[in-house]
Design a protein around this ligand. Structure first.
Ligand SMILES: Cc1ncc(COP(=O)(O)O)c(C=O)c1O
Length: 445
């Protein structure tokens, strides 16, 4: 009986039986072991490899269960007649490339959550662990108490009067859009340009064409489009607020085209000068699908958002969610409920707004000598227009100092706008100062 060319590595993380089984599988697939070849007894194999007999037995049992080997009572262990032979083994798993130096990201999406609020965060998760989860797949619209709390918040902060049954809890903004798209007729979707990249990608992945809507300009014609995706409270990433006249013009264009307006209301809480502008959806609930998110007021890692769709679409979306088991994770929903009820979200928003109101002018003071601010200061990032080559030089200088900053060109399609998009939420004051120094060094060259 042949001695098999096997070896074990006691320092490896894989258990010894798994190592042996994997190598025997490989020998069969490579054709080294052929159908009906007899294998050594488990005792002999254990002796060859210097392992206990039970290790060899476990390896054989695994391969017997998988159908690679078979055994005849009292007659030994053989390669099964049906086992594939001579098949090339799967390619070795390539080791992941070693990550480069970690850069601190000054992105548009990371909010400032002051560490003073940690106790409230922990309290919410303690409550989650003490609560009993639903027994099975729950209400596809989301946790009823959370939908009630969200409806209250929408009325209080966004001028949006909705019934809790109209609120669908989603796994974030793009998920809300994914929920909506299958319920719309065939056809392209208009998206602001420059605009939200996740929305563009989501529309394309749904097999639809994206039509460019020049950001900041009045929308007068949506003919041929089934929807228009917009950020009226704070254009992403340029920063303008859609004027009252442009809101009415957009709704009229959508009505004329029979299109739905998808309102992405991602960071409207963070105006520092005036009260947040009411949601576009408050003007026409039958035409506007409203998308809200927990990403800026709690954390992007919670992966929660909410969709308030026109009534004509809500039932169909709910049905689809029920049959596909789509929905948001219960623990996150339960935690958000506590964070809303405890007033934690309001406190975080108030603190963060103060921090952004102080940081935004600092960013402006540093960059204004070199670039043009694209919109009013609001939210947790600002966008600066400048030639692409200058933006790249500044970005590279920031990289050398350990910071990653987005280029406006990555948000632009046919508009071709270039510049820098500088987030100031997810960093400390010291990091922001160092990043601004590096950017201005790059711009001053
Ligand atoms: C324009 C815009 N909408 C929505 C979001 C939030 O997305 P999500 O709810 O999927 O976290 C972001 C995050 O950065 C954003 O920039």
């Amino acid at each position: 009986m042949p001695t098999l060319p096997l070896r074990v590595d006691r320092a490896a993380s894989d258990p010894l039986p798994a190592q042996i089984a994997a190598q025997i599988r490989g020998l069969v697939m490579a054709g080294t072991l052929r159908r009906a070849d007899r294998l050594p007894s488990s005792r002999a194999l254990a002796g060859d490899l210097g392992v206990s007999r039970s290790v060899a037995e476990q390896a054989y049992e695994q391969l017997l269960a998988e159908g690679w080997l078979h055994t005849r009572r009292g007659a030994g262990t053989y390669v099964a007649p049906t086992a594939l032979a001579g098949v090339s083994p799967p390619p070795a798993v390539r080791p992941a490339p070693s990550p480069g130096p970690t850069l601190v990201r000054l992105d548009t999406g990371t909010p400032w959550i002051d560490p003073v609020h940690r106790a409230g965060w922990r309290r919410a998760w303690r409550e989650v662990s003490a609560a009993a989860p639903p027994r099975g797949y729950d209400d596809p619209r989301g946790l009823p108490e959370l939908r009630r709390a969200l409806a209250d918040r929408l009325a209080r902060t966004r001028g949006l009067d909705v019934d809790p049954d109209e609120v669908l809890v989603t796994a974030g903004t793009a998920d809300g859009l994914r929920n909506l798209l299958p319920e719309l007729p065939q056809g392209p979707v208009a998206v602001e340009d420059p605009g939200y990249r996740a929305a563009v990608e989501t529309v394309r992945l749904a097999g639809r064409r994206v039509v460019d809507l020049r950001a900041g300009e009045p929308v007068t014609d949506l003919r041929g489009c089934v929807a228009a995706y917009v950020t009226p409270a704070h254009q992403h990433p340029l920063g303008m607020v859609m004027s009252a006249a442009d809101r009415l013009g957009l709704l009229a264009a959508a009505a004329a085209a029979g299109a739905v307006v998808v309102e992405d209301d991602f960071d409207s809480e963070f105006r520092y000068d005036v009260a947040p502008v009411p949601a576009l959806a408050s003007l026409d609930r039958g035409r506007v699908a409203y998308l809200g998110t927990a990403a800026k007021i709690v954390s992007p890692t919670l992966r929660l958002g909410w969709l308030v769709a026109p009534a004509s679409l809500t039932a169909a979306i709910t049905h689809r969610r029920r049959v596909t088991h789509a929905g948001a994770a219960w623990p996150s929903q339960r935690a958000l409920l506590t964070l809303l009820r405890d007033g934690w979200v309001d406190k975080v928003v108030r603190t963060a707004r103060r921090v952004y109101a102080e940081r935004a002018p600092r960013v402006a003071a540093a960059l204004a000598p070199y670039a043009e601010l694209a919109g009013p200061l609001a939210g947790m990032y600002s966008t600066w227009l400048l030639p692409h080559a200058d933006a790249v030089r500044a970005r590279d200088s920031a990289r050398l100092a350990g910071f990653e900053i987005n280029l406006l060109r990555d948000y632009s399609r046919s508009s071709g706008l270039t510049g820098l998009v500088v987030g100031f939420g997810g960093v400390t004051d010291d990091e922001l100062d160092r990043a601004l120094d590096a950017l201005t060094r790059g711009l001053g060259q």
